[in-house]
Design a protein around this ligand. Structure first.
Ligand code: PLP
Length: 385
């Protein structure tokens, strides 16, 4: 399949490389997207309806899960899953120290207490060596994050959860179709949450999210909670919230879902090319993928000791890199009351000032990638041969 970003290489200004290019992606599938949106409008199927139902079924199928409960965004997905799992005030949930704040703020909002676990220095996923030491009699669950698109090390996490009777929610916001030991992430824990924020590997044209699970009773509780506590109009079983995927977003996502396997392969080949091309620069650490894990490169995160200077240098050359995330969760002002110190999370602290996400999107041309690599090359020493 020819994608417009690749075909239109000649038109693209290779000296300006965004972090992601949503417009290029839209152009590559414009006819399909426009037809899908027109169909929602023609049917006035704005809330629930056939497009939402179709997407839920197709997304569950893509993950290999029995149920998909769509919702407003990936943050709500976490909140809904925790409420449906019965989180009680004061319950502790262990999660990654280096993630987006949605992962931890939803624990607090669901009534629990977020307990941070350091990340592995090289994979940026939760450090399984430190997990057991954080379990207390109040711990009820673990939320590993499949960070950047690389699965967390699920086997030891699940073994620990089983030993202590804890649930596991996989925060899969960055990892659509990633695999752990050959199996697509999303069905390792009790539930897995996804974000379809526009820049994600599977992105809507606005906010959108979903939760998948193999547990029919849990799926029902989540759906009820997300829909004002009612599966049927005016029959409110409980008080819930309003968190719905709308028909327009579902239609867009359903079109894009069909392209996701091909886009994922392109991301992986761009990552492989970056890896080869950046290998000669002494000061750059390219991302490492642990054995048995298939990375889908939502983010291509390198490390450099002079990250900010490198980012400024790239920006001056039209290369827009990002930082995900510049302050690890325990060090945010929002968590200052917990009194955490850098030595409590040495890897997250080490990484937060060094990580840099390079442009990464399936429509990126070879010439654009070459410009990113050359621009990094201007800044870095080469390794002696
Ligand atoms: C790891 C992680 N969890 C949760 C979320 C929340 O998703 P959303 O922005 O759709 O609410 C994000 C989104 O950036 C994320 O990266």
């Amino acid at each position: 399949m020819a994608y417009a970003g690749v075909a239109a290489e000649a038109r693209v200004d290779v000296r300006s490389v965004p972090l992601v290019d949503l417009h290029a992606q839209y152009l590559s599938i414009k006819a399909e997207i426009d037809a899908a949106i027109a169909d929602v409008i023609a049917k006035s199927a704005f809330i629930r309806g056939p497009h939402v139902e179709a997407f839920e079924e197709h997304f569950a199928g893509a993950i290999g899960a029995k149920h998909c409960v769509s919702c407003g965004n990936g943050t709500d997905a976490l909140y809904i899953a925790m409420r449906a799992l019965g989180l009680q005030a004061g319950d502790e949930v262990i999660t990654s120290a280096h993630s987006w704040i949605a992962t931890s703020e939803t624990i607090t909002q669901a009534g629990g207490k977020a307990v941070f676990c350091d990340t592995d220095r090289d994979t940026f996923t939760i450090d399984v060596e430190r997990l057991a030491g954080l379990v207390t009699p109040r711990t009820v669950g673990i939320i590993p994050v499949h960070m950047c698109g690389q699965p967390a090390d699920m086997d030891p996490i699940l073994a620990l959860a089983k030993r202590h009777g804890l649930w596991v929610i996989e925060d899969s916001a960055q990892a659509h179709l990633a695999k752990y030991k050959g199996r697509t992430i999303g069905t390792f824990g009790a539930a897995a949450t996804f974000s379809f924020y526009p820049g994600k590997n599977l992105g809507a044209f606005g906010d959108a999210g979903a939760i998948v699970t193999n547990d029919a009773a849990l799926a029902r509780r989540m759906a009820v909670f997300a829909r004002h506590g009612a599966m049927n109009k005016h029959d409110h079983e409980i008080e819930g919230i309003n968190s719905r995927l709308d028909g327009l977003q579902a239609a867009v996502l359903d079109v894009k879902l069909a392209h996701l396997p091909a886009w994922t392969k392109i991301r992986q080949s761009i990552a492989a090319a970056y890896g080869r091309e950046l290998a000669s620069f002494a000061e750059v650490t390219t991302p490492s993928t642990a054995a048995g894990r298939e990375h889908v490169y939502h983010l291509y995160m390198i490390r450099h000791d002079r990250r900010d200077a490198l980012a400024d240098h790239l920006k001056a050359r039209g290369v827009h890199a990002g930082v995900h995330y510049p302050v690890a969760l325990p060090f945010l002002r929002a968590y200052a009351h917990l009194g955490h110190k850098p030595e409590d999370f040495p890897n997250a602290f080490h990484n937060q000032s060094r990580i840099l996400s390079l442009p990464m999107y399936p429509e990126m041309s070879g010439a654009q990638r070459a410009h990113v690599v050359d621009s990094i090359g201007d800044f870095c020493r080469r390794k002696p041969r």
